[in-house]
Design a protein around this ligand. Structure first.
Ligand SMILES: [Cu+2]
Length: 385
């Protein structure tokens, strides 16, 4: 399988990313990716934290942001002379130790005129992708190193600012920019029914129906936006209810915990439950991914350590950049015992129901962990003597 590279065009700060390999007919790999950047940006924005390890957790994502700040994907610029429509991509509500997310397009369907422009406004890490009947491109490709993966075309913009159903277009995903600073615009010149998807979250889909200019429309852009906004609160309420309904029982020496909770209706509680766990030295904790919609990791960086970067940007001699998920963040660390220092990482829990087991034969103390895909998602295990 080919290695995919981002390529710089132009020069210096004016350079923009162009993805050389676009939709190439390669089937998607069963690998998912997530939301590391928004959390990093939010914490960089000063929400702070009291844990001793927080400063170290900030350092690495921010260093990468500074390094590649000039490489943020640009958004397409609409060409339309018609009306402007707006769709909100996902909705997020802060929660203690994480967040709730309504993973959908608001509104999910639009009926517009040929020549109109739709603008997608992002609140979290997703894509807006019109596949034009093509198979989805790979999310990641293996390599270059053992246990590593390189981000595939899913993550990068492809196609122009116009969609007529003949060639795929992809927004790419917010990468090294906060989602709120990321937007995507498309103009639809021809009548037709166009479905679109998020390539990171299977099940997240929307539709744009384009009617000939002059045909009656069911609603105005303002009415469509209000219809979308009205569905946000009920979905977020479902995510809160899912989290509240989680029942966890400890048997002797074994503690159950959840990494994310969602039942597939598109509302996801990005939380560890319980967020703070107290165990006796020698006890075991088993985490289960109870989130049908989104992948997570259970990652203990170890006291005083920064967590492994989820994506590293590696300049190549050719002047291109590789966007690499290092083995330390992608892959499960060896062993099932945590002695209280160093990295213990589940790797990406890619399937619902996936588990991670750790026995805590560690000195008494509180050990903090996080999800590398959603760094705002945090928990702790306190070991007593
Ligand atoms: Cu998504």
């Amino acid at each position: 399988m080919p290695t995919l590279r981002g390529q710089t065009t132009g020069s210096g700060a004016a350079g923009v990313l162009a993805e050389r390999s676009t939709f190439n007919g390669v089937l998607a790999l069963p690998i998912t990716d997530g939301h590391a950047q928004r959390g990093a940006a939010r914490r960089g924005g000063g929400s702070g934290g009291s844990a001793a390890g927080t400063a170290g957790w900030l350092a690495r994502p921010l260093a990468i942001m500074a390094l590649v700040g000039a490489l943020a994907p640009t958004t397409a610029v609409g060409q339309g002379t018609g009306r402007a429509w707006e769709v909100q991509v996902s909705a997020v509500e802060e929660a203690l130790g994480g967040e709730f997310e309504a993973m959908a397009y608001f509104p999910g369907s639009l009926v517009i005129h040929a020549g109109d422009t739709v603008r997608w406004r992002f609140e979290a890490v997703h894509t807006v992708t019109f596949p034009a009947g093509r198979p989805a491109p790979p999310r990641t490709v293996p390599g270059p190193g053992l246990g590593e993966a390189t981000l595939g075309p899913v993550h990068f913009p492809a196609g122009g600012a116009v969609y007529d159903g003949s060639e795929p277009v992809n927004s790419g995903r917010p990468l090294f920019v906060p989602p709120e600073a990321f937007a995507y615009e498309l103009t639809f010149p021809l009548p037709g029914v166009h479905g679109y998807v998020c390539l990171l979250h299977p099940g997240m889909r929307g539709e744009v129906t384009v009617l000939p200019a002059g045909a009656p429309l069911p609603e105005t852009p303002e009415q469509a936006r209000a219809r979308g906004e009205a569905t946000v609160a009920p979905l977020l309420a479902l995510a809160r209810a899912d989290a509240a309904a989680a029942r966890l029982e400890a048997t002797s020496g074994v503690h159950a915990a959840l990494a994310g909770v969602a039942n597939g209706n598109g509302a996801s509680a990005k939380l560890f439950l319980p967020g703070d766990l107290t165990v006796k030295r020698g006890d075991t904790v088993v985490w289960t991914r109870a989130d049908a919609f989104d992948s997570h990791t259970v990652t203990f960086p170890g006291p005083g350590n920064a967590p492994p970067a989820f994506v590293e940007v590696r300049p190549q001699p050719s002047g291109e950049f590789l966007f690499v998920q290092p083995a330390a963040s992608r892959s499960r660390s060896p062993g099932n015992n945590y002695a209280g220092e160093g990295l213990a990482n589940s790797g990406i829990l890619m399937s619902p129901g996936g588990t991670y087991l750790l026995r805590f034969d560690a000195p008494p103390g509180t050990y903090e962990y996080l999800c590398l895909l959603h760094p705002e998602m945090k928990g702790s295990v306190t070991v007593t003597g």
